[in-house]
Design a protein around this ligand. Structure first.
Ligand SMILES: *[C@@H]1O[C@H](CO)[C@@H](O)[C@H](O)[C@H]1NC(C)=O
Ligand SMILES: *[C@@H]1O[C@H](CO)[C@@H](O)[C@H](O)[C@H]1NC(C)=O
Ligand SMILES: *[C@@H]1O[C@H](CO)[C@@H](O)[C@H](O)[C@H]1NC(C)=O
Ligand SMILES: *[C@@H]1O[C@H](CO)[C@@H](O)[C@H](O)[C@H]1NC(C)=O
Ligand SMILES: *[C@@H]1O[C@H](CO)[C@@H](O)[C@H](O)[C@H]1NC(C)=O
Ligand SMILES: CC(=O)N[C@H]1CO[C@H](CO)[C@@H](O)[C@@H]1O
Length: 614
């Protein structure tokens, strides 16, 4: 039945092809040159081209009568010329065409080179003038030595001026912005982290990073930097972000998470940025950055410890004033980083890096004491006070622990589950330490343990009492800042969909059914062990159980820290301190911070077109 219908259709098709095909395929004949015609070839076949006016005629005109008509009407003066005349014209035409393509591609190579150099400069955070001042002369020297002088001279055609580099970086930034926006738009949801800081020129800058689904996994990406008025208010921050999102066509509706520090402008009860965002983004939750929370939790000290710390700071400052050039302290001073000091103190979080300073201080205590007494400084007396030394030793120990936690939560690609685990573990450690203390064990604080041996029994007991008070306080503060989250239990299925208790799951029935099916899927179970949690949901499950996967993605999308913003700010500081004269660093910042590669070919094509039409 089927074949009887199919056969005639096939036959008819072949029939049409035989006739139509033959008629459509007119071929150029070398004889046609006597009518003044050569031909060009494209994917549709050959077309006649007049060697006098270079005009290209339609394919259908590829026959003597049409070609002769063109010659007689358009170039009557040439209609009786011998074929040698047309041969010469053809030769000239070919030479000029070759020149055209050669010069065009030369231009294109130079353009491409110029883009690559600009990209390197932006990535390396170098001033734009370096292309002309250093890169070109150095490259010319290298090429002359390795190749030859004429190759070296060719490099001069590459556009590398200060202004050109700036324009290239602006183009690349625009292209990256487009690509980033398209990726966020293609993602079912997205989450933001933002932080505000004041740079060395006293400009307030807001950095925003985005996390979204891309290429079967979560991706973290620089979104934008915004300059804010110097008297930054919550209103300004919100408007600036809102304006950016609407300018690129992103809707708050799909924002599921916003992560910030605890600054009043961000979290103010009535008009804070977070509050305003949550009003526009009903499906979003706010996350207080884990690193800032840790810093806040560790901040309030027991008075005795506070006093001991104040003395450490005084000594450090004294050393920095009087011994900047003393070789003996160059190491210590490097850690204290006088040139980075402004940066270190700019936010409460960075205050934690004192952990490192304290360890270093304690390590170098003998050298410091010697130095101070040689300087006839009254601070030298501190080092004769064993109680103070023991307290400093304890501070060095506990901050070492806090720092380890801090460092483990930094970096990219963390999810809230992992981070919560680390906090839970740290809380358990504190409980453990308190237990050890009551059993007279101090070995978890090695420096303090050693110092304690110099103390008499009363002083030793006082030390232990102080430590105990401090640990209890620390625990209470960690409980305040990291309360147990109700959601952790409800979302347990996301962490491990294969060993869940369906009783504790609260999902709409469609997704519930998908979860049951997933939990029995042995293939996916095997995948689960092999790939990251985010990849598992965004890629493997998304393919088979999209609505369940989307719910999971919604939960794992939000950032746990504002680490990316923090590290973005150090890049900003480097950019600004190297290029003090340039205020607008938006484009340089985007090219250097974004992991999206600009689409060079598109940029080059649009530039090459613009240049040719000039
Ligand atoms: C480079 O360009 C910037 C502005 O784009 C300008 O401020 C600076 O003076 C220029 N430098 C040189 C050496 O031309
Ligand atoms: C965490 O510790 C590192 C290393 O000591 C320090 O540089 C940093 O400032 C601390 N805090 C944060 C939030 O990074
Ligand atoms: C002692 O410290 C002061 C600053 O407090 C400094 O001016 C002086 O040079 C120091 N003396 C020595 C011997 O280092
Ligand atoms: C420190 O004081 C002693 C005696 O008081 C004095 O001899 C010495 O020169 C002083 N050293 C400095 C560097 O001021
Ligand atoms: C030793 O240091 C402790 C802690 O800073 C302080 O309370 C005490 O008064 C100091 N003792 C002397 C004799 O200065
Ligand atoms: C885009 C999106 O998921 N919007 C949801 C936000 O939350 C409301 C209420 O929970 C839902 O109805 C929307 O579909």
């Amino acid at each position: 039945m089927v074949t009887t219908i199919r056969l005639p259709v096939t036959l008819l098709f072949q029939f049409v092809m035989m006739f139509g095909g033959k008629m459509a395929k007119r071929k150029y004949n070398p004889e046609y040159l006597k009518y003044g015609f050569s031909f060009i070839e494209d994917k549709h076949g050959q077309k006649p081209q007049c060697v006098i006016c270079n005009e290209v005629l339609a394919h259908e005109s590829m026959k003597p009568s049409k070609l002769m008509r063109h010659l007689q009407t358009k170039h009557p003066a040439c209609k009786d010329k011998p074929v040698e005349f047309f041969q010469r014209r053809l030769h000239e035409l070919k030479v000029s065409q070759k020149c055209l393509t050669a010069s065009c591609s030369k231009q294109e190579h130079a353009l491409r080179a110029s883009y690559h150099v600009a990209h390197c400069i932006a990535k390396a955070k170098k001033p734009h003038t370096i292309a002309e001042e250093l890169i070109l002369p150095a490259a010319m020297d290298m090429v002359r030595e390795v190749l030859d002088q004429s190759a070296s001279d060719k490099l001069k055609t590459i556009p590398l001026s200060n202004d050109t580099i700036a324009r290239r970086i602006e183009d690349m930034s625009g292209n990256i912005k487009q690509q980033t926006t398209a990726r966020v738009q293609a993602s079912p949801y997205y989450a933001l982290q933002m932080d505000e800081s004041t740079d060395i020129a006293h400009h307030a800058i807001l950095l925003v990073y985005v996390r979204h689904v891309w290429d079967g996994d979560l991706q973290e990406q620089f979104l934008c930097s915004r300059e804010l008025p110097t008297t930054t208010k919550a209103e300004d921050i919100f408007n600036s972000v809102d304006l950016y999102l609407s300018s690129v066509g992103l809707s708050w509706e799909y924002c599921v998470g916003i992560t910030t520090d605890g600054a009043a402008s961000m979290t103010g009860k009535h008009s804070g940025v977070v509050k305003q965002i949550l009003m526009r983004a009903p499906n979003a939750t706010w996350n207080h950055c884990f690193l800032h929370r840790e810093a806040l939790a560790a901040k309030n000290m027991v008075p005795v410890l506070d006093e001991a710390l104040q003395n450490v700071i005084k000594v450090v400052n004294h050393i920095k004033r009087s011994a900047k050039n003393s070789r003996c302290f160059s190491n210590l001073c490097k850690d204290l980083g006088s040139e980075h000091m402004q940066v270190l103190y700019h936010s409460e979080v960075r205050w934690l890096s004192r952990g490192k300073v304290l360890s270093r201080f304690y390590e170098l205590k003998t050298e410091i004491a010697t130095f101070l007494s040689e300087n006839n400084s009254s601070y030298a007396e501190l080092f004769d006070n064993d109680t103070w030394l023991a307290l400093v030793a304890y501070l060095a120990d506990i901050f070492e622990h806090l720092n380890t936690l801090n460092v483990s939560m930094q970096g990219k690609g963390h999810n809230i589950f992992e981070q919560s685990d680390k906090i839970v573990a740290f809380k358990k450690k504190i409980t453990l330490w308190v237990n050890h203390l009551s059993k007279d064990r101090l070995d978890m604080f090695p420096n303090a343990c050693q110092e304690a041996q110099q103390l008499d029994t009363t002083a030793k007991n006082d030390l232990k009492k102080t430590i105990k008070v401090h640990l209890n306080k620390l625990q209470a503060r960690f409980d305040d800042y990291f309360p147990e989250r109700h959601g952790d239990n409800v979302n347990a299925w996301i962490r491990d969909p294969f060993s869940i208790n369906m009783e504790s799951v609260m999902l709409p029935s469609n997704e519930e059914h998908q979860l049951v099916e997933l939990s029995c899927d042995q293939t996916l179970k095997k995948r689960f062990g092999d790939v990251s949690l985010s990849h598992f949901w965004c890629s493997d499950v998304m393919a088979e159980y999209p609505s369940l996967a989307t719910l999971a993605v919604k939960t794992i999308l939000p950032f746990s820290t504002t680490y990316l913003c923090e590290s973005g700010f150090s890049t900003l500081v480097q950019l600004k301190s190297k290029q003090r004269n340039r205020l607008n660093t938006e484009h340089d910042l985007r090219v250097t911070l974004s992991t999206v590669t600009p689409d060079f070919e598109t940029l080059i094509k649009s530039k090459a077109h613009a240049q040719l039409s000039h």
